[in-house]
Write a protein that binds this ligand. Structure first.
Ligand code: PRP
Length: 182
């Protein structure tokens, strides 16, 4: 385990409860309105790398047939402040035209990443596009962006663990922590 001196914001148990709740919300919202043919079941798109643990836990709480794909988007460099520039490093392999799509992301911060990703995906004409985030950071955003599903609202602190990194470290912490000021 990584040696960490960060303050715990949400424990493994609290995270598991929140993920279960959101998984149940998604299950409820999509049950019965889906065309459950092979090519029509919802597609869940994880934005890597940060979402990998949340995505893995969330999909196991969604009690519906679904498919998964991944996109790699990068907005931060090595630091703690968004660069404001989003790069799609790897695109999805799936055609999303007329599909119900749920984008899964670890954190909504400036919303640069999700705004860019959603703009790209909307242009491909999905039947619906919803966004599910693990964390929604309370900041004054230049970009207006609301997630459809979320586990937690957090203050404007730099958080690590449960997939989130600082310079690629801490992703494997099973809880969510706040790094002390450097
Ligand atoms: C982080 C995080 C989100 C994004 C959120 O990704 O995973 O994708 O920043 O910030 P924003 O709302 O200000 O765009 P990062 O670019 O650090 O890559 P990672 O997922 O590989 O950690």
């Amino acid at each position: 385990m990584v040696e960490a001196k960060e303050r715990i914001l949400y424990s493994e148990t609290q995270i598991a409860e929140a993920v279960k709740r959101v998984g149940a919300e998604i299950t409820r919202d999509y049950t019965g309105r889906l065309e459950e043919t092979e090519d029509k079941i919802p597609l869940i798109i994880g934005i890597l790398k940060g979402s990998f643990i949340f995505m893995a836990d969330l999909v196991r709480e969604i009690d519906l047939p679904c498919k998964m794909d991944f996109m790699v988007a990068k907005s931060y460099g090595q630091g703690t402040v968004s660069s404001g520039y989003v790069r799609i490093v790897k695109d999805i392999d799936t055609d999303i035209k007329d599909r119900d799509v749920i984008v899964v992301e670890d954190i909504l911060d400036t919303a640069n990443t999700l705004s860019s990703v959603c703009e790209i995906l909307r242009a491909r004409k999905p039947k619906s596009l919803k966004v599910c985030v693990f964390l929604d950071k309370k900041i004054d955003r230049k970009l207006q962006f609301e997630a459809d599903y979320k586990c937690f609202d957090i203050e404007n602190e730099f958080v690590v663990g449960y997939g989130l990194d600082y310079a690629e470290k801490y992703r494997n912490l099973p809880y969510l922590g706040v790094l002390p000021p450097v």
